[in-house]
Ligand binder design. Structure first.
Ligand code: 5GP
Ligand code: MG
Ligand code: MG
Length: 180
């Protein structure tokens, strides 16, 4: 097959960026490291919706040990004081105390989302928290984060597809596109 054509979502043109095969190779790498590092530990994968759903499905199919999987949504509110954003985690009914958590994210851009989410999770006393993200834009990062399971680093460009949207569209695309 030839490469996919340029597409339009809303008013914006996107060109092919990563094929399904390239995504699969990148995800194979993360899965292999998770399989090695979490052998015998029964981690709890915490998938951050909505963008993480497709990556999570392909990543978790490759996880060979026992594990549990939950899906959460994160809502942000402006704090009342100078502390900034307060994160509410919706959908996490499990007791995570003492558990090995692996957050599954679509993309780490500025890192602001995780910077606010991690303290909320740490307050629930899990044994460990790691982040598995499909994409990471190192040039955009504005916070101290330890990112041990990144499938692929990308430049500071806007990407869509494979779970990631542009104003609601594009999440269903099996490949990743970049603003043309
Ligand atoms: P952060 O808080 O790390 O700056 O951004 C995280 C969120 O921003 C992601 O979960 C995603 O929703 C959105 N985001 C950041 N970069 C991109 C991108 O290139 N494409 C899309 N579709 N969303 C992005
Ligand atoms: Mg996200
Ligand atoms: Mg979005």
């Amino acid at each position: 097959m030839g490469s996919s054509p340029t597409i339009t979502l809303h008013d914006k043109a996107f060109r092919p960026y990563l094929s399904a095969a390239e995504l699969a190779t990148a995800i194979d790498g993360v899965a292999a490291r998770l399989n090695a590092d979490y052998a015998g530990r029964r981690p709890l994968f915490v998938v951050v919706l909505t963008g993480g759903f497709m990556f999570a499905a392909d990543l978790l199919k490759r996880f060979t040990g026992d594990c549990e999987i939950v899906f959460i949504r994160v809502a942000s509110y402006e704090g009342t004081g100078s502390t900034g954003t307060v994160q509410e985690i919706m959908g996490l009914r499990e007791d995570v105390q003492g558990r090995d958590l692996i957050l599954v994210e679509d993309i780490v851009d500025t890192g602001t989302t995780l910077h606010h989410l991690l303290p909320t999770l740490r307050a629930k006393n899990p044994a460990s928290i790691e982040i598995a993200a499909l994409f990471f834009k190192p040039a955009s990062l504005r916070h101290d984060l330890v990112l041990n399971y990144i499938a692929r680093e990308i430049p500071n460009d806007f990407v869509v597809g494979y779970g990631l949207d542009y104003d609601g569209l594009g999440r269903n695309l099996p490949e990743v596109y970049v603003a043309a």
